[in-house]
Design a protein around this ligand. Structure first.
Ligand code: DGL
Length: 277
């Protein structure tokens, strides 16, 4: 048993899309979430920059005594895991890509045509494709980056025509020309536009890593005997820019799921790290 919180982080609010699944599967667990809203998006930045940012955030979570770190960001999972595990060897660090790729490989039949959408960095890494191949899947795999999705989602531009047009811009030809029947949401922001995608491409089956990673969290905590048994929790959500959007998104994402106590805190980059960006 271990009642310490689980640390989740993302470049912004995307990683929040995993939290309702955590609540459902593991209602006694507490969360410390960090969204790097001041420096988002990560998905078009240099890998060295993403490594620096993610190592700062992991250090911040370790200082707050989390029992595990969940990288609720595909871009960081694709590029930073070996370095983070080396720097913080005493704490389990879970990425989102490997559990989702294994689940996709399990679901896909050889005749399936699977699309992967994500940020530029995630797509350039081919991490999903490589992990799926490692699991011996014979499905045909196609990948494309959709770099404008994250800034629009961070702005809350979701239920409207601009988002639908942007989706069509990146995806109409991709889906049609490759005759896709399944798609992986290879960025944790994308579950926030899942309804748009389902409406625009009703025949596509959507695989959502934000939910799949929670099964891996559960397995790991059970295997290590680290489950919490404290029903009285307060989740803490840190943001490097505690904007109105971030707070509103919590309501949007947790709609219908029970959030008991939530505290919001601004993370002051200068105070914490001794420098500003
Ligand atoms: N939510 C992120 C991901 O899963 C990051 C997107 C970004 O910052 O560009 O890749």
């Amino acid at each position: 048993m271990d009642n310490r919180p689980i640390g989740f982080f993302d470049s912004g609010l995307g990683g929040l899309t995993s939290i309702p699944y955590l609540r459902k599967e593991l209602p006694r667990e507490r969360v410390i979430y960090f969204g790097d809203t001041a420096r988002t998006p990560y998905g078009s930045k240099a890998v060295t920059t993403i490594r620096r940012f993610s190592s700062e955030i992991a250090g911040f979570l370790v200082k707050r005594n989390v029992k595990m770190i969940v990288i609720a960001c595909n871009t960081v999972s694709a590029t930073c895991i070996p370095q983070l595990r080396k720097k913080f060897p005493d704490i389990p660090i879970l990425g989102i890509i490997s559990p989702a790729a294994q689940e996709a490989a399990r679901l896909c039949r050889p005749e399936d045509r699977l699309g992967i959408i994500g940020t530029k960095v995630t797509i350039a890494s081919h991490a999903y494709r490589d992990f799926i191949r490692l699991s011996q899947s014979e499905a045909k795999i196609f990948e494309t980056a959709c770099p404008a999705f994250v800034p629009l989602i961070e702005e809350g531009i979701i239920d409207n025509e601009i988002m639908d047009m942007t989706i069509r811009h990146y995806m109409d030809d991709f889906v049609r020309e490759n005759d896709l029947n399944r798609i992986i949401l290879g960025c944790t922001h994308y579950p926030l536009i899942k309804k748009n995608l389902q409406r625009i491409y009703p025949d596509l089956e959507i695989i959502n890593p934000s939910s799949i990673v929670i099964n891996r969290v559960k397995e790991t905590l059970e295997a290590e005997d680290m489950l919490a048994d404290d029903p009285e929790y307060t989740d803490v959500f840190y943001a490097s820019d505690l904007s109105e959007n971030f707070v509103q998104m919590i309501d949007h994402i947790f709609e219908g799921s029970e959030v008991k106590k939530v505290e919001f805190k601004n993370f002051d980059l200068e105070e914490e790290l001794g420098h500003v960006y």
